[in-house]
Design a protein around this ligand. Structure first.
Ligand SMILES: O=C(O)CCC(=O)C(=O)O
Ligand SMILES: [Fe+2]
Length: 287
């Protein structure tokens, strides 16, 4: 059981095809290490102000700092990275639209123990989605190197094909080791968990996840990113945050208006026409 590594020159199709097979893939060095340092610099004050996790699942030696769109311009680049968005589009191509699910630094401190092995899609109240129906596609960017010793994410390769609600121990997993600037992809159905940190330094990752737009987001983007900031963002990022229809009738504003109009007045004439364009575009991109 090994995690497949792809080079930074990979295509979204290649990532999606490994994800279809294994539920997990790493793209090496997709970002320059300097970009990860820049993100870290922007986020340092927020990290320092973050409290340790309140329970075993969050991790009592782990800090989780969110709101990355508002707090870090560099993270916006990671969120919109074409290889990532392209891969997500493939993995979630069975739905009308997808959206940003959460943005969070996960800083696993020395002494942290292994997190319970889980599927991220259990967040949806443990709904038993049909096998093969992915509702989530996740990324975890390495802000430091990820090693077996410092808490690299533990994964069960191929577990996207397994039954639901299984229990695993760390011995059933392998560490997703990667260098700073690399990114781990894993689907919502893939069993995984944060690794134990037996080193004396903090393992830092940026977790950016995407889900089908007919489900609720983990991080509430509308309330996390102040409207003054949301209004200034690029249109494709606004749409990804959720200022878009989730499906034909989902998420409209008052008189069937497209939510994009709230942050970008005049962006569309009619809500549904825009959705049709988005659909056609998605089909074209898939083609
Ligand atoms: O930080 C990690 O390596 C993974 C954490 C995780 O899986 C989670 O919090 O859901
Ligand atoms: Fe997880």
């Amino acid at each position: 059981m090994i995690v497949t590594h792809l080079p930074a020159s990979t295509t979204a199709e290649a990532v999606a095809s490994v994800l279809q097979r294994d539920g997990v893939a790493i793209v090496d060095q997709l970002a320059e290490p300097a970009l990860m340092d820049r993100a870290r610099g922007e986020l340092q004050p927020f990290l320092e102000a973050t409290r340790l996790g309140p329970d075993d699942f969050s991790g009592r030696h782990t800090k989780r700092t969110g709101g990355l769109i508002a707090r870090s311009e560099t993270c916006r680049e990671l969120i919109m990275h074409p290889v990532v968005v392209g891969s997500v589009r493939h993995v979630l191509s069975h739905v009308t639209n997808f959206q940003l699910h959460l943005t969070q630094i996960i800083a696993i401190g020395p002494g942290e123990v292994a997190q319970q092995i889980h599927r991220d899609q259990w967040a949806f109240d443990f709904f038993p989605f049909p096998k093969g129906y992915e509702v989530q596609c996740n990324t975890l960017w390495a802000m430091t190197d990820f090693t077996a010793q410092n808490g690299a994410t533990r994964v069960v390769v191929g577990s996207n094909h397994f039954d639901d609600k299984l229990q695993f121990t760390i011995d059933d997993t392998v560490p997703a080791e990667m260098s700073k600037g690399s990114v781990l992809f894993y689907t919502g159905s893939t069993y995984h968990g944060g690794g134990p940190n037996d080193s004396d330094a903090t393992r830092m990752g940026i977790n950016i996840t995407y889900n089908v737009a007919w489900l609720r987001q983990e991080e509430n983007q509308y309330l996390t990113v102040p409207l003054e900031i949301a209004r200034e963002l690029p249109e494709n990022l606004q749409r990804l945050m959720g200022y878009a229809h989730g499906a034909y009738a989902l998420g409209y504003v008052d008189d069937l208006r497209d939510p994009i109009e709230v942050v970008r007045p005049g962006a569309t004439k009619t809500g549904f026409g825009d959705l049709e364009r988005a659909r056609a575009q998605m089909k074209g991109n898939r083609g």
